[in-house]
Design a protein around this ligand. Structure first.
Ligand code: BGC
Length: 379
């Protein structure tokens, strides 16, 4: 996936035209939401991304950078290696270097209040990218996906894989009982709670009537969370579950996994324990290329496609609005309470990836090429 693919040419053209109509001064206005327009050629935008260990964040960073640069902005893009103090320092540095606006995908959504206060004092608007920044009044806008719905889709794909539901949502033939285990993301990432809640609500009736059995008894997000979304941590927990809960000859039928990296760790643990030919239904998220290949090969059952090109486009549109002294258009003003205020948000929709829609969802849209899907490696 190269950078060019991430920024829809049509959007870039529209943005460039709109931008051409803007100009003037005003970055020093202490209220970012009423700040006057900043001249594009002078505007500098700090983009803070969490890590390069997951390909989605590399793609997000590249797409946001390309979109902003296409409008003439200077971009300071930083990845923090999933290290919270490093991300805080990077943001401090962006502010010191004269950022006119910040776009931040936080590692720990509660750890940036100090940086955001400094930004607010300097009149720098802040856009939270994909992950909500919590406990601060100084978050001006949030671009993300409908994260609760992502969780609903993850659980739905688990139910479809088990045959309890059909892909069209109608009841399937399977009645269970099925042994399933749950995994959640990192507790310092607000999204992890939305994903888990959407999944929990979807699975609850099937747990209540005995169709699904969470055999380990580990059902709360605290029990099933995975710090920093680490693949190795998920692999170890799956190994532990197999030893502690399934050494009596019983089998795991399904695993709710909220992210493809975790799914691959879980699959490795299952393969090492002899599940190779009879893989449980394992879900995922992000349509990472290695997992898309596993789905095509029938190893991982599903993922969730969140088109990072569209998210990047929304971040760029919001940035452009702020720099032009306008308020970006929100399509949700009630869901994302960060503990201090409800942050106006723009939510995008996601799709479930199954083996039979890889072509239509991912290849036809240009997200991955057929060769990339076949090799499992991004070009
Ligand atoms: C993102 C997911 C991603 C996860 C791990 C979440 O905040 O929304 O898309 O899978 O972080 O990187």
């Amino acid at each position: 996936m190269n950078v060019k693919k991430f920024f829809a040419a049509a959007t870039a053209a529209t943005l460039a035209l709109t931008l051409a109509a803007c100009g003037g001064e005003g970055a020093g206005d202490p209220d970012p939401t009423t700040a006057g327009p900043v001249d594009a050629v002078d505007a500098r935008i700090g983009v803070a991304m969490p890590t390069q260990t997951s390909e989605r964040w590399i793609a997000d960073g590249a797409a946001v950078e390309a979109g902003l640069e296409a409008l003439g902005y200077t971009v300071d893009l930083q990845f923090a290696g999933d290290d919270i103090p490093v991300q805080a320092q990077q943001i401090d540095q962006m502010i010191t270097n004269g950022a006119d606006l910040l776009i931040i995908a936080a590692i720990d959504g509660t750890a940036l209040a100090g940086q955001l206060q400094t930004a607010a004092d300097a009149g720098i608007p802040v856009i939270a990218y994909d992950r909500l920044i919590r406990d601060s009044a100084n978050v001006d806008f949030y671009v993300t996906f409908d994260n609760y719905q992502v969780g609903v889709q993850q659980a739905t794909s688990l139910l479809v894989g088990l045959g309890i539901l059909n892909a069209d949502g109608s009841a399937g033939d399977a009645t269970g009982p099925f042994n399933v285990e749950l995994f959640a993301g990192s507790l310092d990432d607000n999204n992890a709670f939305f994903f888990f809640e959407g999944a929990e609500d979807t699975l609850a009736p099937y747990v209540a009537d005995g169709t699904l059995v969470i055999k380990s008894g580990q059902t709360t997000i605290d029990q099933v969370a995975t710090l920093r979304w680490q693949q190795e941590t998920a692999q170890r927990r799956m190994e532990d579950l197999l030893t502690s809960t399934y050494s009596d000859g019983s089998k795991v039928d399904g695993v709710l996994s909220p992210y493809d990296g975790l799914s691959r760790g879980i699959i490795t643990a299952l393969q090492n324990a002899g599940y190779g030919d009879n893989m449980p239904v394992v879900t995922g998220q992000d349509a990472e290329i290695a997992s898309v290949k596993l789905i095509a090969d029938g190893v991982q059952f599903a993922s969730i496609f969140k088109d990072t090109r569209k998210l990047a486009d929304q971040a760029v549109i919001a940035a452009q609005d702020f720099l032009a002294g306008k308020t970006p258009e929100a399509n949700d003003t009630s869901t994302y309470d960060n503990g201090v205020k409800v942050v106006p948000s723009y939510l995008l929709e996601s799709d479930i990836v199954y083996a039979d829609n890889i072509q239509s969802l991912l290849v036809d849209s240009g997200y991955w090429t057929a060769d990339e899907v076949a090799s499992g490696i991004a070009e």
